[in-house]
Design a protein around this ligand. Structure first.
Ligand code: UDP
Length: 239
């Protein structure tokens, strides 16, 4: 079945918010289990899956700063939040019999492995899902930037960004029913902040290294598998 996949190795970016489901905070185990199922379908057709997970469902440095906390401390809390999400996702995957590993950009001996690129690639090659947590390990970055960075490092065929809408629109489709979806965009178009695709650091990184990015709707059942086998799904950002 391997030959059916368009992408052999992907870097999937899951936001922390996606894990909340209908809640306002935290992790909805039902949502995680559904994601595990969809990720398992990719593994089932031989796709190597690296995942960068966000932390916005728990803590965000910028939000903590807004209520008076020092930014770097807030960012550290945000990065730790991504490790918690990573552990929860691994738990779901393993319960679905999908072998998975959590690596952290911040060493956390006894809890998760420290990120090492060559080890990560070895795991991916042997079919394990690798969850990259703690972002880039540095404050003032986002997990979108971490996703682009890890995607480039592991030589993924694409960075696949999961969102709550079908792709990138000319304006917010939740607010404006007449919003128009783009099937494709150039990196330079994506740098237009109004479109809000990702932060500029992330887009510059993928642009500099010609890494294609696909934005799709994770709430749409089957969309992830469909795009990995080459279906028209979401918005493609490339040169
Ligand atoms: N963060 C960080 N450095 C990184 C990645 C993340 O400091 O390389 C912190 C930052 O405070 C961020 C939080 O971790 O707000 C959670 O990540 P993010 O907001 O990207 O999560 P998402 O929006 O994907 O849920």
């Amino acid at each position: 079945a391997e030959r059916n996949a368009k992408y052999k190795r992907i870097l999937l970016k899951l936001s922390g918010e996606a894990l909340m489901g209908d809640g306002e905070f935290g992790i909805d185990p039902k949502v995680l289990d559904r994601m595990a199922l969809e990720i398992g379908q990719l593994v089932g057709i031989g796709v190597q899956v690296g995942i960068v997970i966000g932390g916005g469902n728990l803590f965000r440095g910028a939000a903590l700063q807004a209520v008076g906390m020092e930014r770097v401390t807030g960012d550290h809390m945000g990065m730790l939040a991504t490790v918690m999400n990573g552990l929860a996702l691994r738990d779901s995957l393993e319960r679905s019999n999908i072998r998975s590993r959590v690596m952290s950009a911040i060493p956390m001996s006894g809890v998760v492995e420290h990120y090492d690129r060559r080890t990560a690639i070895r795991y991916l090659t042997s079919g394990d899902v690798v969850i990259f947590s703690a972002g880039t390990g540095n404050p003032f970055f986002t997990t979108d930037s971490a996703a682009c960075l890890r995607g480039i490092e592991i030589d993924a065929d694409a960075v696949i960004k999961a969102t709550k809408v079908d792709g990138v629109y000319d304006k917010d489709p939740v607010k404006y029913p007449d919003a128009v979806k783009y099937d494709s965009l150039s990196y330079d178009d994506a740098l237009d902040q109004k479109l809000g695709v990702m932060d500029l650091t992330a887009i510059c990184l993928v642009r500099d290294h010609d890494m294609p990015v696909r934005v799709f709707n994770m709430n749409k059942v089957g969309a992830l598998l469909n795009l990995v086998v080459g279906g028209k799904e979401g918005t493609l950002i490339d040169r």
